[in-house]
Write a protein that binds this ligand. Structure first.
Ligand SMILES: O=C(O)CCC(=O)C(=O)O
Length: 260
């Protein structure tokens, strides 16, 4: 029996800890409907009748701040359609080699154009530092889907290549810039690669890859969803699952987007 060769996207993901799909992966209509869904959820209008989960930003909050809304797919059908799109599942399976991919948490991220007095940056961090509800070694990663044209000036995501091999450092902070305090392991280097994406484009990053983003200097909001995924090689730490893993047994909340 021959071993199947790995795709170049899978080799890049394994080597760098991220993969940038710089073409639009999702249909324009899916993206446009989700943009309208994002505006509705930000305004507190829920076409499913279900609100998102408790979030750092709520309808009526300061529009100049970074808006992060947890599990927006519960509140809007078009957002559910986007985050469960089969093209995302197929690409996620290709880069991981997984036989099952499930969406287990989603964040709506809306970064308004820069306002000198407001903090809209995302500090460098490893997602795994926030995900202790999963067993050690669980295969967890994120698909970050752009809904607007995310250019150099829009405060795009930056990834540190190879940092997924540094282990969990428990340093860095999503909400604050603590880059200067992160201790790069001996013999390793801190480099940054910027993910410029068109609407419908997507990047994938490993749960140990350091990443962050700067202010949005463009005149348009930077719109995206961070879609947190897991494969068949993952296990919640608790039974029944707790915290951020608490909905995984409900496919209406956490769709399985690839299975073979
Ligand atoms: O949107 C950003 O700039 C950061 C998002 C993030 O931390 C993530 O997708 O894990």
């Amino acid at each position: 029996m021959t071993t199947p060769t790995k795709s170049s996207s899978r080799l890049q993901y394994e080597n760098d800890g991220f993969y940038i799909h710089a073409d639009s992966l999702l249909p324009e209509a899916t993206v446009n409907a989700a943009v309208a869904g994002m505006d509705a959820v930000r305004a507190g209008e829920y076409d499913t009748g279900v609100p998102p989960q408790p979030s750092p930003w709520n309808p009526g909050d300061d529009p100049g701040k970074l808006c992060k809304i947890e599990m927006p797919q519960l509140a809007n059908r078009a957002i559910m359609d986007l985050i469960s799109h089969p093209a995302l599942g197929a690409l996620a399976a290709e880069i991981t080699g997984a036989s099952m991919v499930q969406v287990w948490w989603v964040q709506l991220l809306y970064k308004p154009p820069v306002d000198e007095n407001k903090n809209t940056i995302v500090g460098y961090h490893q997602d795994r530092q926030y995900w202790n509800v999963w067993d050690d070694g669980s295969e967890l990663f994120t698909a970050w889907v752009a809904l607007s044209d995310v250019r150099e000036e829009s405060g795009p995501m930056n990834f540190v290549p190879g940092s997924h091999r540094w282990g969990l450092l428990n340093q860095g902070d999503f909400f604050q810039d603590k880059k200067g305090e992160i201790q790069v392991p001996e013999g390793e280097e801190w480099n940054e690669v910027t993910a410029v994406l068109p609407p419908g484009g997507v990047s994938f990053h490993h749960c140990l890859t350091f990443h962050g983003s700067g202010p949005n200097y463009s005149s348009e909001p930077r719109r995206s969803f961070a879609i947190h995924m897991r494969t068949d090689k993952s296990k919640p730490r608790h039974d029944p699952p707790e915290g951020l893993s608490r909905f995984i047994h409900d496919p209406a909340y956490c769709p399985i987007i690839f299975e073979k």
